[in-house]
Write a protein that binds this ligand. Structure first.
Ligand code: ADP
Ligand code: MG
Length: 675
C-alpha cells in the first residue's frame, strides 16, 4: 500500500500538471516518494511575530500587522510597476513595497490582518519592508518550510506539492527502521518525520524529524558500505607467508621513508593475518604512495598471488606501468586500458586467466566483465576518490575475497574517514621523502601575466619544464579561452620558439599518451593542459605550475595540481592567476600561498566551503546524502554504524521481514549514484 503511494508519479498530485511534473522530474523527484525526500533548506519561524516597533532590523523576521487601505499602484516607467501598502499594528505603521506584481492589490485586503516575513529596514523613523512574503494571520502556520528554488519551481510550488503528497499518506505507513531500533535510539516514526520535516508545528518537531531522517540516511549508508565489504570477517585463502619487503627496498633507487616502511609493514601484517586486508593509505601528494603499492604487489606476487592496480586515468596507469615494470624486473607486469588494440587485450586477458601475468595495471577497463584472474590476491585502487565504492567492490569480486588497499591524497580527518569507510584500517603517510623543497606559491592578477612568462622562460632556458593549467575545453564560458586558443597565444606571443604541447580530456588516449611521453622525456618544455594532469603524473624536471583562472578550483584541487611540481631536486614554483576579487577567492588563494600541507589545506577547505560542499564534490566516492552532514552529524554516524553492524550480524543479507524496507533503501541509495 505505502510502496505504491511512494512510487506514484508526481503527476498524480493535485495541482501538479504536465509542465510542473517535468520540472520536478528534472529536480530528481519523479515520484511522490522522492518529492517527500526533498527536504526544506531552512524554515521561516512565524510562530511569534513581532509588533512593528520591536522587529529587529535587517534580518529576516515575522511581523504581524493589518493592511490600512487598498494598496496603491504606480507606474514608474515602462514595464515597471511599484505597489505600496501601508500596514499598522495599532501602535506604529510600516510601508511595504512590491515590484511588478499585479496580484498584490487583490491579495492584500484592507482591514485584514497578515503575518509578513522578510527584512525590516528603517528609513529615518519609518519602518519598511520590501517584497515580504505574507499569510493571513487567521490561517498562519507556525513554521513555514523554505525549499531550494530552482528550474522555475518556487519554494511555494514545492511546498504545495508536498502538502498534497502528505494529504495522501495513509495513517499507517511501513517504516524501514524496525520499531525496536526506533525505540532504543529515540527515533520518531517515518510518518511523523515526513510530516514534521515539511510542515512542523514548532522547531522542536523539526529537530525530532531531522534526527530520525539523518539517522535513517546514515544507517542505510553504513549498511550498504558494510555489505559491500561483507567479506571482512571471512577467512582469507590468500594468506601471505613471507614478507619480502626488505628485498624490494633494495630495488628502489632511494631509501624508503619511515612512513612508507610503516605503511608497508601494517599492510603486510594484514595480509598475514588470515583475514582479507581492507586498508586505506592516506598520504599527501608526493608522499610516495606508489612505492608502497609496489612493495605490496611485489610481496603478493612472491607469495604466488596475482595483483591488480587500478588508476583513474590512462596516463596515470601508463606511468605506474612504466615505473613498476622497470622496478620489478622479475615480475611479469601488464598494462590493460580501454584504448588498447583488441588483439593485445585478448592476449592480456588470456595471461590473466591462466596466471601467466602476475601484476596488471589498468584503468576502469579492469572492471570489464571479460577480465578474469586465476588467483587474484591483491587489489589496489589509486586515487580512490575517483572511484565509487561499487567499482572497488566490482574489482574485488574478480577474486575470492582478495586483499584490498585503497590509496588517496584527499586528506579527510582520521575519525571521519573511519566513519565513512566503515571499518577500514588506515595508514597515514605523514612524511615527505627527504630533500623536498617547499613549493613557493604566488597569487597574481592577469596584468602580471607577462612577468610570469618571463619567469617561465628563464627556467626553460635552464633546462627545466613547466605546466600551464587552463580552463576545460568546451566549457565555453565568457572570458575563458579554450585550451587551443590559449595555446595559440602562448605559441605566438608569450613563448615563441619554445616547444609547447597541449593536453586535454577530449583527445584520443593515443594522442594524450604521445604528448605525455614527450613531456616526460623532455621534448616538450611547456605542457598546456586541462586538469587531466591533476592526478598522479610524475615529471621531476617540471618546476613551474601556472594556473589560469585559479578561482575556478577548490583548494584541494589546487593542491593536487601544485603537487605536479616539486617532485625532483629543483626548487619549484606555483603561480596562481586570478582576477576574481571576492573575499572567499582571495582567502582561498592566500591559504595556498601560506601552506604546503595538504591536511591543513583540507581543513581550511572545510571551513571556507562548508562540509556539504567539500563532500558534495564526491571526494569520497560515496553516494550523495540528502540531509546528513558527515562532519556535524558525527555522533549519529557512530550510532548508525554500530546499529548497522548489529543488524548485519543477525541478518547479513537483510532478508528477514523487518529488514526488508532497509534492504530496498540500501539498494536504491547505491544504485542511484551516477558513476
Ligand atoms: P604520491 O604519493 O603522490 O602518489 P608518488 O608515489 O608519485 O607520490 O611519489 C612522488 C615522487 O617521489 C616520485 O618521483 C617517487 O619516485 C619519489 N619518491 C617516493 N618515495 C621516495 C623516497 N622514500 N625517497 C625519495 N623519493 C621518493
Ligand atoms: Mg600517486
Amino acid at each position: 500500500m505505502m510502496r505504491s503511494l511512494f512510487e506514484r508519479n508526481i503527476r498524480d498530485l493535485k495541482g501538479v500538471g504536465e509542465k510542473r511534473a517535468k520540472l520536478f522530474e528534472k529536480l530528481g523527484a519523479p515520484t511522490v516518494g522522492a518529492l517527500l525526500r526533498l527536504y526544506p533548506r531552512t524554515y521561516e519561524d512565524l510562530s511569534r511575530p513581532y509588533p512593528i516597533r520591536l522587529a529587529p532590523l535587517n534580518e529576516p523576521c515575522a511581523v504581524r500587522a493589518t493592511v490600512l487601505e487598498r494598496p496603491k499602484e504606480t507606474r514608474i516607467r515602462a514595464g515597471m510597476m511599484i505597489c505600496k501598502v501601508t500596514v499598522t499594528d495599532g501602535e506604529s505603521d510600516m510601508e511595504l513595497t512590491y515590484f511588478n506584481n499585479p496580484y498584490i492589490p487583490s491579495m492584500l485586503k484592507a482591514d485584514e490582518e497578515y503575518v509578513f516575513y522578510g527584512k525590516v529596514t528603517a528609513n529615518f523613523l519609518k519602518r519598511e519592508m520590501t517584497t515580504p512574503e505574507f499569510v493571513r494571520a487567521a490561517v498562519c502556520p507556525p513554521i513555514r518550510p523554505v525549499y531550494h528554488q530552482t528550474l522555475g519551481l518556487t519554494s511555494r510550488m514545492i511546498e504545495n506539492a508536498v502538502k498534497s503528497a502528505l494529504d495522501l499518506l495513509p495513517d499507517r505507513i511501513r517504516d524501514p527502521i524496525p520499531e525496536a531500533i526506533r525505540e532504543k535510539y529515540g527515533l520518531c516514526p517515518l510518518r511523523f518525520a515526513l510530516e514534521n520535516i515539511h510542515l512542523p508545528q514548532d522547531m522542536e518537531a523539526v529537530e525530532t524529524a531531522r534526527k530520525r531522517l539523518i539517522f535513517e540516511e546514515l544507517l542505510i549508508l553504513q549498511l550498504g558500505l558494510l555489505r559491500l565489504k561483507g567479506r571482512s570477517r571471512s577467512i582469507s585463502l590468500l594468506r601471505l607467508d613471507h614478507d619480502c619487503s626488505e628485498r624490494f627496498y633494495g630495488l628502489l633507487p632511494f631509501e624508503p621513508t619511515q612512513a612508507q616502511r610503516r605503511a608497508v609493514k601494517e599492510a603486510i601484517a594484514d595480509m598475514m593475518s588470515g583475514f582479507p586486508m581492507n586498508r586505506l593509505i592516506q598520504g599527501d601528494v608526493g608522499s610516495g604512495k606508489t612505492a608502497v603499492a609496489a612493495a605490496l604487489c611485489c610481496c603478493a606476487v612472491e607469495n604466488g598471488m596475482q595483483a591488480a592496480l587500478m588508476a583513474p586515468t590512462e596516463i596515470l596507469a601508463q606511468q605506474h606501468y612504466a615505473s613498476l615494470s622497470a622496478l620489478l624486473r622479475d615480475t611479469r607486469v601488464a598494462l590493460l586500458t580501454g584504448s588498447m588494440p583488441a588483439a593485445k587485450k585478448r592476449e592480456i586477458l588470456q595471461g590473466l586467466l591462466d596466471g601467466e601475468i602476475q601484476l596488471v595495471i589498468g584503468t576502469h577497463a579492469l572492471l570489464s566483465e571479460n577480465v578474469a584472474f586465476r588467483r587474484l590476491g591483491l587489489v589496489i585502487t589509486d586515487e580512490q576518490h575517483r572511484f565509487g565504492v561499487a567499482q572497488r567492490a566490482a574489482l574485488a569480486s574478480k577474486g575470492d575475497h582478495p586483499h584490498m588497499l585503497v590509496m588517496s591524497a584527499t586528506p579527510i580527518p582520521r575519525t571521519l574517514a573511519l566513519m565513512i569507510y566503515g571499518d577500514l584500517d588506515i595508514s597515514i603517510l605523514d612524511e615527505l621523502p627527504p630533500g623536498r623543497q617547499k613549493i613557493d606559491t604566488y597569487a597574481i592578477t592577469g596584468d602580471k601575466r607577462l612577468r610570469a612568462f618571463r619567469f617561465i622562460r628563464k627556467h626553460i632556458d635552464e633546462g627545466r619544464q613547466c605546466y600551464i593549467i587552463c580552463p576545460m575545453i568546451d566549457e565555453g564560458q565568457n572570458d575563458m579561452a579554450s585550451v587551443n586558443e590559449y595555446a595559440e597565444k602562448v605559441r605566438t606571443r608569450w613563448l615563441p620558439d619554445y616547444p609547447v604541447g597541449v593536453l586535454h580530456g577530449k583527445m584520443k588516449p593515443k594522442e594524450k599518451e604521445a604528448i605525455m611521453t614527450d613531456f616526460a622525456r623532455g621534448n616538450i618544455a611547456v605542457l598546456i593542459s586541462t586538469t587531466v594532469v591533476e592526478v598522479g603524473v610524475d615529471v621531476p624536471n617540471a618546476v613551474v605550475m601556472l594556473i589560469e583562472n585559479a578561482e575556478r578550483y577548490g583548494l584541494s584541487q589546487l593542491h593536487q595540481l601544485r603537487g605536479r611540481v616539486g617532485r625532483g631536486k629543483y626548487k619549484s614554483t606555483c603561480i596562481l592567476i586570478s582576477d576574481a576579487q571576492n573575499e572567499e577567492t582571495v582567502a582561498r588563494l592566500k591559504t595556498m600561498c601560506a601552506t604546503n600541507d595538504g591536511f591543513q589545506i583540507a581543513e581550511q577547505d572545510l571551513k571556507l566551503r562548508g562540509p556539504g560542499d567539500f563532500f558534495g564534490h564526491r571526494q569520497h566516492g560515496l553516494p550523495e546524502l540528502k540531509i546528513a552532514d558527515m562532519v556535524h552529524d558525527m555522533d549519529l554516524l557512530k550510532e548508525a554504524q554500530s546499529v548497522a553492524r548489529e543488524i548485519l550480524s543477525m541478518d547479513a543479507e537483510l532478508e528477514s521481514p523487518q529488514h526488508r524496507g532497509l534492504r530496498a533503501e540500501v539498494k536504491q541509495l547505491f544504485e542511484n549514484r551516477a558513476d
